[in-house]
Write a protein that binds this ligand. Structure first.
Ligand code: MUC
Ligand code: MG
Length: 373
């Protein structure tokens, strides 16, 4: 094969409006900010990647602005002139020189895979070993902040056959108020839907003991990150006593975190996120740790747009087990797109293109309109 070299990296910040405010315990989103990476190669092929977080620095320790700055100042000089066809070698070069920065790393790994897939005429899922399922069932997050509005939204999603798994974002309100909110939604939806919660680390252990008990007894299927990632011993205790399974999300900031959580027995489900592991290949290493430890899997999101969503989807399609399905609904939260063909959601599933690479192209006119000056 002719060798292609990496020629140029361009990181673009894009601000896109959301369909409604999205209320999480740590931040209310009024829009979503994506960092899009364009990686140009000497054979004329361009790979696309995305590094997207939630609420600036409210969620993790990389912001859109720091991701862009680090891609330009630290990642680009290490990558330019390197073989664009060898993803392992390029990522290993970054591993040697750069600590952390998994969001930026994920954008690079995605863009290299997209470029290589386009070059070889293979979908990213094929480059990752091949898909073992065609579609991915997708949960929807109810996060308007209002119980009646959330029930109405869930009913609409069921009618449209778009979602039948709902995740409720709680933790910002008083414990009893949040519990009432969740139980009311579960009662309204009954057996027609799976209802889960994400506390985003906002309970202390004493609140979590009661919260997990009440939610477990009221038919809530899963409790995501009830307490701080720092309180490992508390997570182990909760994992032993909660009637509903506990999922680790913020606790996983690297593949190594996944290993130590598994070793400690701190969760029975892992939320897989390409951004928090360093890319679609990296997230599969976390999945393998989980499988070896008997931990179930869930395909998570940082509310990425189409590029990050499909990059995650290509990886998740290759998983042997995905017991808790996915929440790859990021594009549906946005009112505008910057790709020519937005991802398709049908019959509760995200349909993943089988075209070369991620199966996406940028809409240059829209990118120009929404990119930050
Ligand atoms: C998170 O904490 O899981 C995923 C869905 C959503 O609404 O927020 C994200 C982040
Ligand atoms: Mg979460």
């Amino acid at each position: 094969m002719t060798q292609a070299l990496i020629e140029r990296l361009e990181a673009i910040i894009v601000d896109l409006p959301t369909i409604r405010p999205h209320k999480l315990a740590m931040h209310t989103m009024q829009r979503q900010t994506l960092v899009i990476l364009r990686l140009r190669c000497s054979d004329g092929i361009e790979g696309l990647g995305e590094a997207t977080t939630i609420g600036g620095l409210a969620y993790g320790n990389e912001s859109p602005e720091s991701i862009k700055a680090n891609l330009e100042a630290h990642f680009a000089p290490l990558l330019i002139g390197q073989d664009a066809c060898n993803v392992n070698a390029a990522m290993q070069r970054l591993d040697k020189a750069i600590k952390g920065n998994t969001f930026a790393r994920s954008a690079v790994e995605t863009a290299l895979l997209d470029a290589q897939g386009k070059r070889l005429g293979l979908a990213v899922s094929e480059l990752l070993g091949g898909r073992v399922r065609e579609g991915l069932e997708v949960a929807w997050t109810l996060a308007s902040g209002d119980t009646a509005r959330d029930i109405e939204e869930a009913e609409r999603m069921l009618d449209l056959r778009r979602h039948r798994i709902f995740k409720l974002k709680i933790g910002a309100n008083a414990l009893e108020q949040d519990l009432k909110h969740v139980v009311a939604i579960k009662r309204a939806l009954g057996e027609r839907a799976s209802v889960r919660v994400d506390v985003n680390q906002y309970w202390d252990e004493s609140q979590a003991i009661r919260g997990c008990q009440v939610l477990g007894e009221n038919g809530i299927d899963l409790i995501e990150q009830p307490i701080s990632r720092i309180n490992r011993a508390g997570q182990v205790r909760l994992n032993q006593r909660s009637p509903a399974p506990i999922m680790a999300d913020e606790s996983i900031e690297s593949v190594e975190d996944a290993f130590s959580l598994a070793a400690d027995g701190a969760a029975s489900i892992f939320a897989l996120k390409i951004a928090k592991n360093g890319g679609p290949r990296a997230v599969l290493r976390t999945a393998q740790i989980a499988e070896a430890a008997g931990i179930a899997l869930y395909g998570g999101t940082m509310l990425e747009g189409a590029i990050g969503t499909l990059a995650s989807a290509h990886a998740f399609l290759t998983l042997r087990q995905l017991t808790w399905h996915t929440e790859l609904f990021g594009p549906l939260l946005l009112t505008e797109e910057i790709v020519t063909e937005p991802p398709v959601y049908r019959d509760f599933q995200l349909m993943v293109p089988n075209a070369p690479g991620l199966g996406l192209s940028l809409d240059e006119e829209r990118l120009k309109r929404f990119r930050r000056p």
